[in-house]
Design a protein around this ligand. Sequence first.
Ligand SMILES: [Zn+2]
Length: 142
Amino acid sequence: MRVRKINDGLPSPDALDEARSPEREEEASHRRPTLGRREALLAEIVRLADVALAGTISESLRTCGNPACRCRTGGPKHGPYGYVSYRKVDGGTARYYVVNGTHEEVRRRLAAARTLQELLRELMEMNREDLLARAKGMKQER
Ligand SMILES: [Zn+2]
């Protein structure tokens, strides 16, 4: 089946590629001063998406049943013990226990997910500004 091309007034993806070709780089960067930031954002988004974990962690330190143990005599308690609660793809919630020795990594990966969401928001804001700027440009050309 042939896909009908819809003329939505936006440059085709091919046109965008052309705008990024080396011989037009100067012009392109003049027209889109945010291109460097955009590429940095995309690279960071890919890096973070590769390691991000969904959810929030709950951690606790515990005392044990041995009255003579350090945890009951002023020493460090046991743990941290923790679990991650997260929203599944189907919308339900689930949790899993954090395996001993992976707490730091789990925390880092959860933080990566939060940063990822901030960067995506920034990128989408750039996309909106680009779209508006292009729409204004097309009006003036008429
Ligand atoms: Zn103990």
